[in-house]
Design a binder for this molecule. Structure first.
Ligand code: ADP
Ligand code: MG
Length: 708
């Protein structure tokens, strides 16, 4: 019954079925029952006409029809002659509840309304107040008989679209359809959660939850229904993720790495600074993974500049200490080269050989690298996608570090995975500077272990963030000149939301012209980098800036934001209102790496939405990436979060919200872990419903386990 196609539900038919499918994704009767109202209108009371205000979202009055007029296009009064109804423009009824009178207006359905709205009869009118000629009236309200009880006192409002409305599927029709669906499905509905879970977690049965989510008798019933459905959704999702993780941790062996080895110790002793508490904690977590005999799959999150590279280096050295090799994969050539330079410095005291392999590595060097990898003389290989090519063969790859993971495709990850001849996959450490809120990380990477570096190395100066309007441009240029006079370098970034958009390039080019005019040669040198340049052009310009030969780098966001230029102390972001919060934060993280005070200037346009203004204000208030990520998620919803779309793991939650139900998510996850502890295969008889639920497409299609 529940799986019955929606078309066959009473009142639907092929045309409405097509609409429900295309607009709401409803295929079956059960899908309809899982299309929940997104808010509820309290219809438990009536307002007095004398007390109506235009700012009320909904009003409900009980009133008697005083008089009805049919009006023509010019406002002329017409007779209620059925033959003349065609020329009628609107129906206007005056109704009264004893406290005042209110005009009710219909432009459509007049033929029916004129027979229903008979003077002297009483109705319940429900709708939105509108103001016309300075007076409140109601257009197209719902009209009900006073004795006809409204089902429940809270009326659900369903998601709707223009097409649904014009196709006749109004809110009222939705309610009717859901009503018949409930009648049909509830008698045979199978409970999806085992009894003991309902008891332990204090959840209401599914049948109750479904009825109350659509037609709540009161607020308390609605809360219970919502809680049950949210819990189930989050719980099953976590159960499926944790189950996969559990299966993998049992079935996939990892190379045991019991020692740290001499290279690690030498590097550690030569460190010019003390590791932060967070770095130490993360290294300890990684050590435990590596010693466990199981494959490590760990996501390392940390703000830009929090010291992830050091953690990666020490991890790689553990691999080397256990007679393995390591590779570090970066998303771009510039980043790979930068890693190579930094990591080579750290490795100097260890004697470990490190090589760089990118698309532009020459044939001779390539040959040298290939043989060095095969005979094991090269310990660490750093590179771009080039290092996953089939021709690259390691003697024994023990660890793959992936920087900024979201730019790597699933296929590429799989290739890396298969690099080891003996079939034992390398340990994987994914590093990201995109702070992902905890709740989202738990869901997106539910089967990965997560380490967080939540502490910055000491001595970092705060980045002074300010927002400027266009009227301050001259002051900005003056400030930039002062900074350049002090020997500093400056990033100027333009938004490039869609790479193909001409407009964006025009902005960039015009901005560049403007900068070049205001910062003329020979005194100032300006470099430009954007996505339409060849790799050589990009490298040349980036190199000029990184090497201190250019004072200003004008670029789009497609540039390698990860690039480290310690001498750059100013980040100017043009049209800052067009960037997302996380993106702004990432860009800002490009400065503040040296010992000098640094600045982030947000240039904003004149017409800027409240939301955008709030983003800019938040950015000025805090430098904590996790706080910003949480706020970003609250403002935009998790689906839009940067990095999540590319990760290829679209999570569509039906009722729970990652931004608002964090506590419930944690509880559901802990509970799922507890159940798997007791019954890892979910094979006990009482858990059969769970095993069945996990077999649904929703949980089967996503292969989270191979995220890296
Ligand atoms: P991330 O990769 O997380 O953006 P990096 O690893 O590039 O950060 O580190 C940023 C800077 O901080 C580097 O110059 C690095 O040498 C320095 N650094 C890292 N760890 C520490 C530490 N514990 N104390 C002081 N400086 C550190
Ligand atoms: Mg880094």
């Amino acid at each position: 019954m529940a799986a019955m196609e929606i078309q066959y539900l009473h009142g639907v038919g092929p045309r409405r079925a097509a609409l429900l499918r295309s607009e709401l994704g409803v295929e079956t009767v059960m899908d309809l029952l899982h299309t929940y109202p997104f808010r509820y209108i309290d219809r438990s009371g009536f307002q007095k006409i004398s007390e109506l205000r235009p700012d009320q979202t909904w009003i409900q009055i009980r009133a008697v029809v005083q008089s009805v007029k049919l009006l023509g296009k010019k406002g002329d009064t017409l007779e209620a002659d059925p033959a003349k109804l065609r020329s009628v423009n609107r129906l206007s009824a005056l109704v009264s509840d004893g406290t005042g009178t209110l005009e009710i207006v219909f432009f459509k359905g007049i033929k029916f309304m004129v027979t229903r709205l008979v003077a002297g009869r009483e109705f319940v009118f429900f709708g939105k107040p509108t103001v016309f000629n300075g007076r409140i009236n109601m257009v197209h309200p719902e009209v009900d008989d006073p004795d006809k009880t409204v089902s429940g006192t809270l009326t659900g409002v369903y998601p709707s679209t223009e097409k649904l409305k014009t196709g006749g599927i109004t809110g009222k029709v939705m309610q009717r359809l859901v009503g018949s669906a409930l009648e049909m499905v509830l008698p045979q509905l199978k409970e999806t959660l085992p009894d003991y879970i309902l008891k332990e977690k204090g959840l209401v049965p599914l049948s109750y939850a479904l009825r109350q989510i659509h037609f709540p008798v009161d607020q308390s019933a609605l809360s219970k229904a919502t809680y049950r459905l949210k819990f189930e959704e989050l719980f099953l999702l976590q159960l499926s993720l944790l189950k996969q993780k559990y299966i993998r941790s049992r079935s996939e062996y990892g190379i045991p790495m019991p020692k740290v080895g001499p290279a690690f110790n030498r590097c550690f002793e030569a460190l010019p600074y003390e590791l932060t508490g967070a770095q130490k904690r993360v290294i300890k977590e990684i050590r435990e993974d590596l010693m466990s005999g199981r494959q490590m799959n760990r996501l390392l999150q940390g703000d830009v500049g929090s010291g992830k590279t050091m953690v990666a280096v020490l991890t790689a050295l553990i691999a080397i200490g256990n007679d393995c090799q390591a590779c570090v994969m970066a998303p771009t050539e510039v980043l790979a080269r930068q890693h190579f330079i930094n990591i080579s410095k750290y490795l100097a005291p260890t004697g470990v050989q490190v090589a760089l392999l990118t698309g532009s590595t020459g044939t001779a060097e390539r040959r040298r690298i290939h043989s060095g990898l095969e005979d094991g003389s090269i310990g660490i290989l750093i590179g771009t996608h080039a290092l996953i090519e089939d021709t690259v063969v390691f003697r024994r790859l023990g660890l793959a570090v992936i920087d900024e993971q979201h730019r790597f495709g699933v296929d590429q990850r799989a290739k890396l995975w298969a690099k080891n001849g003996d079939g034992i996959p390398p340990h994987v450490l994914v590093m990201t500077a995109t702070p992902i809120p905890r709740t989202l990380a738990m869901t997106l990477y539910g089967d990965l272990d997560i380490s967080v570096i939540d502490e910055m190395p000491p001595g970092r100066k705060p980045i002074i963030t300010r927002q400027f309007g266009e009227n301050k441009r001259l002051a900005l240029y003056k400030f930039m000149k002062d900074q350049i006079a002090l020997g500093r370098q400056i990033f100027v970034v333009y938004p490039l939301i869609f790479e193909s958009e001409k407009m964006d390039y025009q902005n960039l080019e015009m901005g560049y012209e403007d900068i070049v005019t205001n910062f003329p040669l020979p005194r100032y040198k300006v470099a430009i980098v954007h996505g339409q340049q060849t790799a050589d052009e990009k490298n040349f310009n980036m190199g000029a800036f990184a090497g201190g030969r250019a004072d200003i780098l004008v670029s789009t966001t497609v540039i390698e934001v990860g690039v480290d230029v310690p001498n750059a102390s100013v980040m100017v972001i043009e049209s800052a209102e067009r960037f997302g919060l996380s993106q702004l934060h990432q860009l800002r993280g490009r400065v503040g790496r040296g010992s000098e005070a640094s600045y982030c200037i947000l240039m904003k346009g004149q017409k800027i939405s409240k939301e955008s203004q709030k983003r800019l204000d938040l950015l000025c208030e805090t430098e904590n990436g996790f706080i910003l990520a949480e706020e970003d998620m609250k403002m935009r919803g998790p689906g839009d979060l940067e990095g999540t779309q590319q990760s290829g793991l679209p999570i569509t939650l039906n009722i729970a919200s990652l931004s608002h139900d964090g506590a419930l998510l944690s509880d559901a996850r802990a509970y799922a872990a507890h159940i798997l502890d007791l019954d890892p295969a979910l094979s006990r008889i009482e858990n059969i419903p769970l095993a069945e639920a996990l077999r649904s497409d929703k949980y089967m299609t996503k292969d989270y386990s191979r995220i890296s």
